[in-house]
Write a new protein. Structure first.
Length: 119
């Protein structure tokens, strides 16, 4: 007979790890809108890798808790193993939208740097 706890854990990992980096990159879901690090080309993959790096190499101002890090590493590795391929697929499918949005952001940034006429 199967372990019901393992089944629930697997279901949670699949639901919550379903391309979260891509959802974040495209501002889909309950996350705050208009963050500066959204609509990057392959931004979902980049976000997943940034989060994985933050687990492996915490910020220097973070309190070092080796026991907590050791406990989190297997879960982080599992989520990354599930989420990274899904984010890669989602980012590839969303490339036309992402490229257009990234170009628009770049144009807005350029206009903001130059200032509006009459300033």
């Amino acid at each position: 007979m199967r372990n019901p706890g393992a089944s629930v854990f697997t279901a949670l990992v699949l639901v919550y790890g379903a391309g979260c980096g891509t959802l974040y990159n495209h501002e889909i879901g309950p996350c705050p809108k208009s963050r500066p690090d959204t609509f990057r080309v392959y931004g979902g993959v980049r976000k997943d890798l940034e989060e994985a790096a933050s687990v492996l190499h915490p910020r220097s101002d973070a309190v070092e808790q080796p026991a907590a890090r050791v406990a989190v590493l297997p879960l982080a590795a599992l989520l990354l193993a599930v989420d990274l391929p899904l984010s890669t697929i989602g980012d590839t499918i969303g490339l036309p939208i992402t490229i257009e949005a990234a170009n628009r952001k770049a144009q807005e940034d350029t206009l903001a740097e130059k200032g509006t006429p009459g300033d």
